[in-house]
Design a protein around this ligand. Structure first.
Ligand code: SF4
Length: 301
């Protein structure tokens, strides 16, 4: 496979679809017994030159410490510049080995920043611990544990959901996706079907390697949605070719795609007033028209 080296603003590794909790608000839906393979990681990282932020998602990423370590080893082996590396964990797995891996990651990010001279990122490695009314965890205990075992290159903190209106009057913001669909207060929804923002080999959108080995744009969606809307397996074609092909098919920008998906899911939820339903239908109609115009202009229809 010809190897075009890419620069990513943010690249996300979905390291596992397993989880040790069953939160009622989980946007992923039911956990699956799938872990990201080392071979898929190797093929992906071999195509990177620079990633400003590497993120891990799941499932629960701390279930697969060897995978996290392998990602770091591959970044080193391929000399990928990586300025920051973050993970959101449910904080139920307290492991000195994981803390040590993040100390190494923090050091690597710091070294990348120094190599680049004028470039200074306040964050190097980051462990963010989930704290919502729906997680059956002890974020304070996890905070104390990882703060004690991580060094100054790793920022350990509890996620602040209050900014999303997490209080009695404004409930808790989340996507209408996965298990959250059965909760009263779900709203909003992400779409994966939009034009990737890129220029040459510089990829500005968040790109993800799914646990299945597929490349996709990255949003908080159900596993089934990731399996439906992706660019194909990383072993089959270079990532740059996948992105170029994707952009010939999906022409909407992310804002319009997001608005349309939210309107579709809001209608599907059946929890809207008549007026809101009218507005949602109008929005879907208008955005469909924008999309058709774009398709006409590009010769797709
Ligand atoms: S929200 Fe996070 S911790 Fe909870 S079930 Fe989903 S992946 Fe697991």
């Amino acid at each position: 496979m010809p190897n075009t080296k890419l620069n990513f603003n943010q690249f996300i590794f979905e390291v596992t679809r397993r989880c040790n909790l069953e939160c009622p608000h989980c946007a992923r839906g039911e956990a699956q017994n799938i872990d990201l393979s080392m071979a898929h990681i190797d093929t992906t990282i071999a195509q990177m030159r620079r990633v400003e932020n590497v993120s891990l998602t799941g499932g629960e990423p701390f279930l697969v410490p060897d995978t996290i370590k392998h990602i770091l080893e591959q970044l080193k082996k391929n000399d990928v510049e990586c300025y920051s590396f973050s993970v959101v964990t449910n904080g139920t797995i307290l492991s000195e080995d994981i803390a040590e891996i993040f100390n190494d990651i923090g050091f690597y990010c710091r070294a990348s920043q120094y190599k680049k001279k004028n470039r200074r990122y306040p964050m190097k490695a980051e462990i963010e611990i989930s704290d919502t009314p729906y997680h059956n965890n002890n974020p304070q205990e996890a905070l104390e544990f990882y703060s004690k075992h991580c060094n100054g290159n790793v920022r350990v903190h509890i996620q602040d959901y209050t900014k999303y209106g997490n209080d009695e009057s404004n409930k808790y913001e989340m996507a209408y996706s996965g298990r959250a669909k059965s909760l009263d207060n779900s709203f909003g929804c992400s779409s994966l079907c939009y034009q990737a923002d890129m220029s040459g080999n510089n990829i500005k959108c968040k790109v993800q390697l799914n646990s299945t080995g597929d490349i996709a744009l990255s949003e908080l969606v159900e596993f089934e949605t990731e399996d439906t809307y992706n660019m194909g397996c990383v072993e089959d074609r270079p990532i740059i070719d996948m992105l170029k092909h994707w952009n010939r098919v999906y022409l909407l920008d992310c804002t319009n795609a997001w608005h349309r998906e939210t309107a579709i899911k809001a209608l599907e939820s059946g929890r809207m007033s008549l007026n809101d339903r009218r507005e949602a239908r109008e929005m879907i109609y208008n955005i469909n028209e924008i999309e058709e115009n774009l398709q006409e202009e590009s010769g797709l229809i």
